[in-house]
Design a protein around this ligand. Structure first.
Ligand SMILES: [Fe+2]
Ligand SMILES: [Fe+2]
Length: 309
């Protein structure tokens, strides 16, 4: 596509654009390097685990690693779609987004290598729901943006990517990981990495919420599309969590299992359900505004007050 103008030549960046503010925040808060995290204690901890305990964590690692890799390789069509639409500040922000996801992918692969499981194929731990979301729906909806950047296509892409994968699955994953290992005093290295990652994900969620909100502001049809889409994806998202928790419960029900790891599977399911409701409510706040310009002003004010939106 030929360019007919350049925003920063004809004028300047929109310094108040919500995504420019988020870009500034990413530059300030996104400074961390997976290569600087010390995984030596994690290696010892993993070495001391029983085979049954290892079996508890491998499905979780398979889910995290696949998820981070998927979002790293699937974000590009969103960057291109928004760039094509002339959304320069959103594009600037997304450059940091992609770099964040690259570091998340590196973090898990590095950790797997350090604790000695880098060469193990964990793909058997991806169940049907996981495959539906990460192998099929996510790349399909993202790739659609190469040729279609309609509000519907953008809502469907941001809903699966930001609301379901990041807002429900990743959040529930971090929660579970912390639940199991913080209490047990294990894996300080990866837990530190997850703290950084969680902070990055907070910004990613803001991008997703904003992106959907500006399309539903003053547009009920788009709002209903978003809600319908969330409801359509929920059984698969819940399926991912249900698969992991059921696997754990079945394992623990065997009397020969030797594991000292404590984990409340019911709590994990509840947490996922709660995230699903929270994401819907967050996006729904966009309905208060007549149009995207009003929404942008409200975001700018919220950023000034440093309140979350
Ligand atoms: Fe990530
Ligand atoms: Fe993310």
């Amino acid at each position: 596509m030929a360019h007919d103008h350049f925003q920063t030549v004809e004028g300047q960046l929109n310094w108040n654009a919500p995504m420019f503010k988020l870009y500034e925040k990413a530059k300030r808060n996104g400074k961390w390097d997976p290569a600087e995290i010390d995984f030596s204690r994690d290696k010892t901890d993993y070495g001391k685990m029983t085979d049954d305990e290892k079996m508890v964590i491998l499905p979780l690692i398979a889910s995290f690693a696949g998820g981070e890799e998927a979002v790293t390789i699937d974000i590009l069509p969103m960057v291109q779609a928004l760039a094509r639409q002339g959304r320069l500040e959103d594009t600037l922000y997304l450059t940091t987004f992609m770099f964040d996801e690259a570091k998340h992918t590196e973090l898990f692969s590095r950790w797997q290598r350090e604790i000695g499981i880098g060469g193990i194929n964990l793909s058997a731990f991806h169940g049907d729901s996981y495959k539906r979301i990460f192998y099929e729906e996510l790349p399909e909806r993202m790739e659609r943006l190469y040729t279609d950047d309609s509000p519907e296509a953008i809502i469907r892409a941001a809903t699966i990517y930001n609301m379901v994968v990041e807002g429900i699955l990743a959040e529930t994953g971090y929660y579970s990981f912390r639940q199991i290992f913080k209490k047990a005093g294990l894996f300080p290295g990866i837990l530190r990495g997850i703290d950084y990652l969680n902070r990055d994900e907070g910004r990613h969620l803001h991008f997703g919420i904003y992106t959907i909100q500006r399309l539903i502001a003053g547009n009920e049809k788009n709002f209903r599309l978003f809600i319908g889409d969330m409801d359509e994806l929920w059984p698969h998202a819940y399926g991912v969590i249900d698969y992991l928790t059921t696997l754990y419960e079945l394992q623990m029900a065997q009397e020969w299992v030797r594991s000292s790891l404590v984990f409340d599977a019911g709590l994990m399911r509840e947490y996922a359900k709660k995230q699903f409701e929270i994401r819907k409510r967050q996006v729904e706040r966009g309905r208060r505004y007549e149009n995207a310009a009003e929404l942008d002003e409200a975001w700018a004010r919220a950023v000034e007050r440093k309140t979350s939106f």
